[in-house]
Ligand binder design. Sequence first.
Ligand SMILES: Cc1ncc(COP(=O)(O)O)c(C=O)c1O
Length: 399
Amino acid sequence: MSEQDGRPKGDSTRVVAAGRRPGWTQGIVNPPVWRASTILYDSVAELRAAGGRDTHHRLFYGRRGTPTQWSLADALTDLEPGAEATFLYPSGVAAIAAALLSVLSPGDELLLPDSAYDPTRSMATGLLKRMGIATRFYDPLIGAGIAGMIGEQTRAIFMESPGSLTFEVQDVPAIVAAAKARGIVTLLDNTWATPLFFPAIERGIDLSILACTKYIVGHSDVMLGSVTAAPGHFAKLRDTSFQLGQIASPDDCWLGSRGLRTLAIRLAQHQSSALTIAHWLKQQPGVGAVFHPALPDCPGHDLFQRDFKGSTGLFSFTLENATEEARAALIDGLEHFGIGYSWGGFESLALPVDPARYRTATKRRDAGLLVRLQIGIEDPDDLIADLDAGLGRCRAALA
Ligand SMILES: Cc1ncc(COP(=O)(O)O)c(C=O)c1O
């Protein structure tokens, strides 16, 4: 743990302390749920004085939040060294939408990696297109080559690293450098790494986005999103979000704050179990590539080693020469893995995924059907025994 400005910097200490202001809680450990729509004023003069665009940390109207939301927003800002402030949203997708709408106008162009989360793609090809905003998809491994894609109308470059489903690690510093040279805003979906393993604002990103639904909440029971802004980028984000009427519910933010306190120890367990299982899988007959950023099979593995402070619990692997039925036989019989989409909770999940169905700028670099795993905090030996039996079912279906 190092000290800077008198503030502790160890991950566990930071998540325990972040956003807990005694002035708001009056001694209560976690900020309680403050629910509000109406705020009452003692006089017309007080009512007039309360408003304005910037009601930061002042009670004004329910949609501007209460200490429950401010505390979580401040905590997420604290976790991103160099950040100005954070806005919270009722889901990760809502956070992505507000971030993009805060920087793009009709006639602008957005650059989006081919490996972006599918609903982010749909937002670009649906909502943004309808508003006259064009999107060009790029190879997530383009690195400094992004400079060649920046055109007269390009206003924003979006990144997601590692990418959804196939986990390509992007050269964020190279893309940020190319964007800064042309005055272009950069956005990063940092949900996989969280600020603990990739401090996005420190690495030059302007808007760092989290689906807090995943690791921040950590218990698979709340939808929540956040955008943390670098200095100079928050006012537009805040104004756009106010105009869109965005507000995350105090109950959900309270659960988000509760989840946050254990983020560092949960991630440590996700990291260690996922690494154990990824290395084990790589040795198994019938398993092809293992797309875990910390393993050499993963495109951009060297960048992961250079830029990240740790890895989390989500990765994918290919099955050699398998059929749909064999992949389903593996997944259907698993005892400790649920079959479901939203990851980042304490429990393990397995999912058949087929990115080739919708990617447009890149071809699959590997062969074989893909399985995505979210490794939860169960005992890794139990998960390995479960997967071992699953691979046996897969081989039997192919025999
Ligand atoms: C990388 C990534 N970003 C964003 C989201 C969207 O988050 P939410 O489900 O909270 O809208 C997801 C959800 O799976 C995701 O995997």
